[in-house]
Design a protein around this ligand. Structure first.
Ligand code: HEM
Length: 431
């Protein structure tokens, strides 16, 4: 329970399908691209998100991450237009502003001071979500949500919600009560955002065509119904949680890797200079920051922010030559899939050249899946890639990073892949 990464057997890094069992019930580790395609795409109706829904449901209700079938589909369709690529590029100045605000805080500290990078990245990506998808006219709302979210995380609740495979419901869960409290206060503070928007009518909010506006306006095509307040809170919370922790972890591990690679740091600094010169970073620069994107992708290969996904078979199925009985949990450990001996050369080495455009095009579709795949693929994928590239470029323009001697952070699987003991790095800022 403390670190589910440690339970991934060595065989999952070498084989396509590794059956397992035991007291937690039947399950299997699945790592081969064609088998993953069967689960997530071809026969996705047989493989359901039951464990995820059971675990996250108390927090996220029946929002887009934790619903299935028709209930999921219309919510996904309602949110999708907010994630159009062209519109996302318009958010780049907001991404840059959030990163610059962090650099300003670093500047106030002595040069070379040790900064808590994991926490700092969470702060930046939280500011981004509050400023772009869920802006509020009232300055007190975002800090209230941030505060409740911090309490929720400190209670260890996010971590406890995680289970590798169908952990039985009777398993004792430490801190259930404190978790229940923090869930309630988190939901209450998100509900305040909604109330404020409803009270302010159409004028409220920094940008009218934002995610919250879309969700309020959406109608279920089958019933014509709009989302009630409960469902709106479910989704707001889903986007807050799914949309910032993950990108924060991608940035944290990317800075960890760059702090140990003078070569790639220099290559990125030169690229940023070439592409943007002295100009403020804007949407049009992002696709030209090719090396920066390669580094982010390679970092998510080695340290996938969501380290594993699971589904439960609700009918008997076949995965390649293997029979999978109804009730089996199939676990897709991205952490092992991305370091699989059969599919990656020198799998544990940091080599962003793997994602050079012509080489990336040759990768099998289901061999690299930081954002999942199939119809339930991360809706925020393009948002996250643009955001991570813009924030990384801004930080590298303004600061240098070095490891703290003697601190080698161990990756630990919670809902996201966190560095045990945080990610302290030494930071030098420049004008
Ligand atoms: C590097 C950053 C991110 C990573 C690695 C990531 C990863 C994932 C993964 C693996 C899934 C699929 C889970 C499954 O099928 O079991 C997912 C779903 C989802 N993600 Fe992300 N995510 C990231 C950023 C974001 C952002 C920025 C947002 C929102 C702004 C977001 C919102 C969502 C939502 C709403 C879903 C559920 C989609 C559905 O079920 O239809 N994610 N994400």
């Amino acid at each position: 329970m403390r670190n589910p990464l440690l339970v991934i057997p060595r065989a999952a890094f070498e084989e396509d399908f590794v059956p397992a069992g035991g007291r937690g019930g039947r399950f299997a580790w699945v790592t081969a691209p064609p088998l993953i395609k069967t689960i997530l795409l071809d026969e996705s109706e047989k493989f359901r998100k039951l464990a995820q829904i059971r675990l996250l449901g108390p927090l996220l209700g029946e929002g887009i991450l934790t619903s299935e079938g028709a209930e999921w589909k219309w919510q996904r369709q309602a949110a999708a237009p907010v994630f159009r690529h062209q519109d996302l590029l318009g958010f780049v100045p907001a991404f840059v502003r959030a990163a610059e605000a962090l650099v300003a805080r670093w500047r106030a500290a002595p040069q070379g001071a040790v900064q808590p990078i994991a926490r700092d990245m969470t702060r930046v990506t939280f500011d981004v979500i509050s400023a772009t998808l869920l802006p509020s006219a009232d300055d007190t709302v975002a800090p209230a949500v941030e505060h409740a979210m911090g309490r929720f995380q400190r209670a260890g609740a996010w971590g406890q919600l995680y289970a590798v495979a169908n952990l039985p419901a009777w398993l004792p869960q430490p801190g259930r009560l404190s978790m229940r409290h923090s869930v309630l206060s988190l939901r209450a503070s998100v509900a305040a955002l909604l109330r404020e928007r409803r009270a302010g009518g159409e004028d409220s909010g920094a940008k009218r065509d934002d995610l919250l506006h879309r969700l309020i306006a959406a109608r279920d095509p089958e019933t014509g119904q709009s989302m009630n307040d409960e469902q709106l809170v479910d989704n707001l919370l889903t986007f807050y949680l799914a949309g910032h922790e993950t990108t924060a972890r991608a940035l944290t591990w990317t800075l960890y890797l760059l702090a140990r690679s003078a070569e790639w740091t220099a290559a990125l600094e030169a690229e940023i200079e070439r592409v943007a010169g002295g100009a403020a970073l804007a949407g049009e620069h992002i696709e030209r920051l090719v090396l920066a994107q390669q580094v982010v992708k390679e970092s998510m290969r080695l340290y996938p922010p969501v380290p594993m996904m699971s589904r439960q078979a609700v009918a008997d199925a076949r995965l390649g030559g293997h029979e999978v009985r109804a009730g089996t949990s199939v676990v897709m450990p991205m952490y092992a899939i991305h370091r699989h001996a059969k599919r990656w050369q020198n799998p544990d080495a940091f080599d962003p050249e793997r994602f050079a455009p012509e080489r990336e095009a040759k990768l099998a579709r289901y061999q690299y899946l930081p954002f999942g795949a199939g119809p339930r693929i991360c809706i925020g994928m393009a948002f996250a890639l643009i955001e991570a590239t813009a924030i990384l470029a801004t930080l590298l323009r303004r600061a240098r990073f070095a490891p703290v001697e003697g601190h080698e952070p161990l990756p630990v699987a919670r809902v996201t892949l966190i560095p045990q003991g945080g990610m302290p790095l030494k930071v030098w800022t420049r004008p």
